[in-house]
Design a protein around this ligand. Structure first.
Ligand code: GLC
Length: 563
């Protein structure tokens, strides 16, 4: 972990997790040690030195708990056991120790908005056993008439009928993921018990899944079909008691632990409010900046169209209104989003565009997150048919559209699926130009991307100019220079279609980041800005302009200066 350094600056509140760079591992797709085609915990342990070389400080492990895997582990059957496919508790302890031995931290995914329907709590709840009867959201009624028109985020009604209990239960995600009833104090105690148990296992914090959905209104009023997004999400997102529940959860998250909450639906104001609220969330994943390239409808043909000024406006708002007054998570992807280069870069200029994006991300204020393979510049896959998709969200939503007749065939949504399927991020990690990309000696659970012969970790590590080494140098730079972590942010050419350029400043120390985020050369000519005595700290081309103002920057050229 980064050492706490002394600073003269009283405006900043130093914390290890502000100075850290986080790496997200999606265990199923990271590294398979036993040849069954599924990544596992010993496989991750084999790669700890790789992560150490890259220079990251924290590993966020997507769920490794016992699960029937309807949503790849985000449907937990037992919070205190490891998924057999991934290993056992002894394997997990070895991973924790190997990370800690290298001064790296480990944070776990905490999925407590819902459990699996195979969790013992749900099994007992459907049988109305004692205190468990009220652990989930049950509503009595007729089997053909759901309690209201709420839609699940994964398609179809948010209610399913349970034949055993003869009642409806609520699931914001799929039917195998019933929502816990947080109104019930016993549920809150049980969840706090899970948190405490994992803290006792020596972890360093949590990424809290789907945390904006914990609170549901009393009485389950009907949703508004005219609201953007699924009907009902306005009721089951940021519900009336969310803050109270987070405060209570915060009482068992120890001081010094890190916690990042995933808050779908949050804007900058929500993110700031929940971070400033108190002890539960140190930062929030909010997705407003990742909406810029999303079309309104699955049948639209403008998926992937976005503009740099719009993106910059959102990022700047997040810097000023979230990261500066509170704190923020800096990320452009995860296991739920397409690959960054395919999305915001240019696959035909892969190395330059990936390093340009990396430069931008690692020099902003906030805690940066890398998703596995991002450091290699991994790209999206191609899906020709629904049968090639594993992702429960895409399959659920598309099947729903086909069933309801909203679309006639897969062809109507092929473009949207190819753009947004979560499987893009879940194809196996590309380690080498070997069978199955060096991910597994067996048949991978999801096919590897065909481009593994060109894009893989072995090649990248052997090439000093690679995306990998650029990330490594950026992480180094950030760790040695508190201006990138704590400095104030100012944008320079806000409406420019090609440049994203900004300054960082702390105690009179100044940095300038210039990114030509386009495939054409461009002259950098900010109004009312001069930079004297510039020194190039890092660049993704040789011979970067030493005097940036008035200079021409090549396609996707990104340069970091001190001045
Ligand atoms: C979060 C996870 C996603 C999962 C969902 C339900 O959004 O990131 O992968 O499907 O929650 O747990």
């Amino acid at each position: 972990m980064t050492q706490q350094r002394q600073t003269q600056n009283s405006r900043i509140d130093r914390e290890w997790w502000k100075e850290a760079v986080v790496y997200q591992v999606y265990p199923r797709s990271f590294n398979d040690s036993d040849g069954d085609g599924i990544g596992d915990i010993p496989g991750i342990t084999e790669r700890v030195d790789y992560l150490d070389d890259l220079g990251v400080d924290v590993v966020w492990l997507s769920p490794v708990y016992d699960s029937p895997n309807h949503d790849n582990g985000y449907d937990i059957r037992d919070y205190r056991a490891i998924n057999e496919e991934f290993g056992d508790m002894a394997d997990w302890e070895r991973l924790r120790d190997e990370l800690h031995d290298r001064d790296m931290k480990l944070i776990m995914d905490l999925v407590v908005n819902h459990t699996s329907n195979e969790h013992e709590w749900f099994q007992r709840s459907r049988r109305e056993e004692g205190e468990y009867a009220d652990y989930y959201h049950w509503v009595e009624g007729e089997p053909d008439e759901p309690p209201n028109d709420w839609e699940s985020l994964f398609g179809g009604s948010a209610w399913s009928w349970d034949d055993e209990r003869e009642a409806w239960y609520l699931h914001v995600f799929n039917e195998n993921q019933p929502d816990l009833n947080w109104r019930n104090p016993d549920v809150r105690e049980a969840v706090k018990g899970v948190v405490t148990w994992w803290v006792e296992q020596g972890i360093d914090g949590f990424r809290m899944d789907a945390i904006s959905h914990l609170s549901k209104p009393e009485g389950y009023p009907a949703g508004d079909p005219d609201e953007p997004g699924p009907s009902g999400s306005e009721h089951y997102t940021f519900g009336p008691r969310l803050g109270e529940y987070l405060d209570e959860l915060g009482t068992v998250v120890p001081d010094g632990a890190m916690s990042a909450g995933e808050m779908g639906g949050a804007d900058a104001d929500d993110a700031r409010e929940f971070v400033q609220r108190g002890d539960c969330l140190d930062m929030v994943f909010h997705f407003d900046h990742l909406d810029v390239d999303q079309a309104d409808d699955w049948t639209d043909d403008n998926w992937g169209e976005w503009s740099l000024p719009e993106f910059e406006e959102l990022m700047t708002r997040n810097q000023r209104e979230v990261a500066e007054p509170a704190w923020d998570a800096l990320f452009l992807g995860n296991h739920d989003h397409p690959r960054i280069v395919s999305r915001f870069g240019d696959e035909s200029e892969r190395r330059r565009s990936a390093t340009c994006i990396a430069t931008f991300l690692l020099t902003m204020r906030g805690t940066p997150y890398l998703y596995q393979g991002q450091e290699l510049g991994m790209t999206n896959a191609e899906f020709d048919d629904l049968s090639e998709i594993d992702d429960a969200m895409t399959v659920g939503l598309v099947e729903d559209m086909l069933e309801s007749g909203t679309v006639d065939s897969f062809d109507d949504v092929r473009e949207a699926v190819n753009y947004r399927s979560r499987d893009h991020a879940r194809t196996p990690m590309q380690w080498a130009d070997d069978e199955a990309a060096g991910f597994s000696e067996g048949d991978p659970w999801l096919p590897v991307n065909d481009n593994y012969d060109e894009i893989n970790a072995a090649e990248a590590r052997a090439d000093d100019e690679s995306v990998f080494h650029h990330y490594r140098r950026l992480i180094d730079l950030r760790e040695d220079d508190p201006v990138f972590v704590y400095g104030d942010y100012d944008t320079l050419v806000a409406d420019d279609e090609q440049f994203y350029a900004f300054t960082r400043e702390l105690d009179g120390e100044r940095r300038l980041v210039v990114c030509n985020w386009s495939d054409e050369p461009a002259t950098f000519a900010p109004a009312d800005f001069t930079a004297d005595d510039t020194e190039v700290l890092l660049a993704n081309y040789d011979d970067a302009p030493t005097d940036p103002v008035g200079a021409t920057f090549r396609p996707f050229e990104a340069v970091v200066y001190a001045y």
